[in-house]
Design a protein. Sequence first.
Length: 139
Amino acid sequence: MVSSGPATSSSPLSGYGPLTATFTDQSTTTYGTLTSWLWSFGDGVTSTQQNPMHVYSHMGAYTVRLTTGTGVYTDTETKPGCVTVNPPSGPRVITYTYDGLYRLERKGYSTGEWLEYKYDAMGNRVAYTQTFDWPVVTS
């Protein structure tokens, strides 16, 4: 059992993407010495460093989890919405990718959105995939 933790702090807690956050373990224990740390940053990435840095590339609110251990006891602290990444400011840059027949294969935006196109053997567009990592504002 980790007596008063784990306790976490991070800096910064919010900002524009990509956002670099620094995490600090503030855990204490009276049951031995802390020997393990497992950070979960809420975006599928983890770290076993005691005080890691992590870059958030996509907009959203992220729940951060820290599990600390002594080799015998473990404890976990979860902080919902600990980090918030806002959409980037400034103009969007669009990149187009074409295949050998000059058909549009992919259109990507610097803000994280992209469209991908598929064609059949006759050259007809049969499908496209659209992903938006940042909110789209239309008027």
